[in-house]
Design a protein around this ligand. Structure first.
Ligand code: HXC
Length: 258
């Protein structure tokens, strides 16, 4: 492939994007983030792909924005180019589910990237943190908002004000991650879950993701109403007919994404 900072592969209906900058713990420079955007778009457009995994090569998921690239930037530059949304936010626009498989350091923008994914699975060696305060700044890609909503104010303030890292066990306890595996099992188990999702009806999967995300954007009553409308809408799909018929006939459903 044409990627310099990524390894991109497929396993059945699962697309896997591995961040690969071994010299810098997968620090998120412009090249790497642009390539992630391109890879996400390609999988999003591919009807054979039903779910994606974002992970990192080596001992890091990603150690944050590239500090070497960031250091010389001035206010006028970061403000006028809206650093860093242009190349970073594709993850939040993706309609197919994306699981972050966090194998090691997920710091700063790396932690923010993981939180932009739909769920996070971690290895026992994973470390999460928002250390931007140590660099004289604050999280700039949603960290203050997503972390606070996901784990609550006390832990978010602790992590963002002190910059301390938390390990996988603490991340699991506070609800930042869904599952923790021994390092050598992380990818295999994440692929299994992604494959499971990818084999369900694609419209129901898309609707489930959209509706859960809605919970962070609206009130309870509007969210429940939104859910009800999409729930009703799924009765217009072939996959609803097939899924329920298969249950009654005691056989496996064959979903078609229609
Ligand atoms: C550029 C980085 C980097 C980064 C590591 N490296 N993190 N380069 N940007 N974020 C480079 C190191 O300079 C070093 O290069 C090589 O990767 C290996 O790192 P070491 O520090 O030698 O490894 P280790 O001692 O194991 O320490 C690991 C670490 C540490 C604890 C993760 O690297 C670290 O603290 N990194 C910075 C983490 C951070 O502050 N992230 C937040 C960035 S701000 P050389 O050439 O010396 O071998 C951010 C803001 C996002 O993300 C806002 C979005 C808009």
């Amino acid at each position: 492939s044409d990627y310099q900072c990524l390894k991109v592969e497929t396993r059945g209906r699962v697309g896997i994007i591995t961040m690969y900058r071994p010299e810098a713990l997968n620090a998120l420079n412009n090249q790497l983030t642009s390539e992630i955007t391109a890879a996400l778009r390609a999988f999003e457009a591919d009807p054979n792909i039903g779910a994606m995994i974002l992970t990192g090569d080596g001992k890091a998921f990603a150690a944050g924005a590239d500090i070497k690239e960031m250091q010389p930037k001035t206010f006028s530059v970061v403000y006028s180019e809206e650093f860093i949304t242009a190349t970073w936010e594709e993850l939040t626009r993706t309609r197919k589910p994306v699981i972050a498989a966090v194998n090691g350091f997920a710091l700063g923008g790396g932690c923010e990237f993981a939180m932009m994914c739909d769920t996070i699975f971690a290895s026992e060696k994973a470390k999460f943190g928002q250390p931007e305060i140590k660099l004289g700044v604050i999280p700039g890609s949603g960290g203050t908002q997503r972390l606070t909503r996901f784990v609550g104010k006390a832990v978010a303030m602790d992590m963002i004000l002190t910059g301390r890292m938390i390990d996988a066990e603490e991340a699991l306890r506070i609800g930042l991650v869904a599952r923790v595996y021994p390092p050598e099992q992380l990818m295999e188990e994440t692929i299994k879950a992604a494959e499971q999702i990818a084999n369900y009806g694609a419209l129901a999967v898309m609707a489930a993701k959209e509706t859960v995300n809605r919970a962070y954007e609206t009130t309870m009553s509007e969210g429940v109403r939104f859910e009800r409308r999409l729930f009703h809408g799924l009765f217009g799909t072939a996959d609803q007919q097939e899924g329920m018929a298969a249950f009654l006939e005691k056989r496996e459903a064959k979903f078609t994404g229609r």
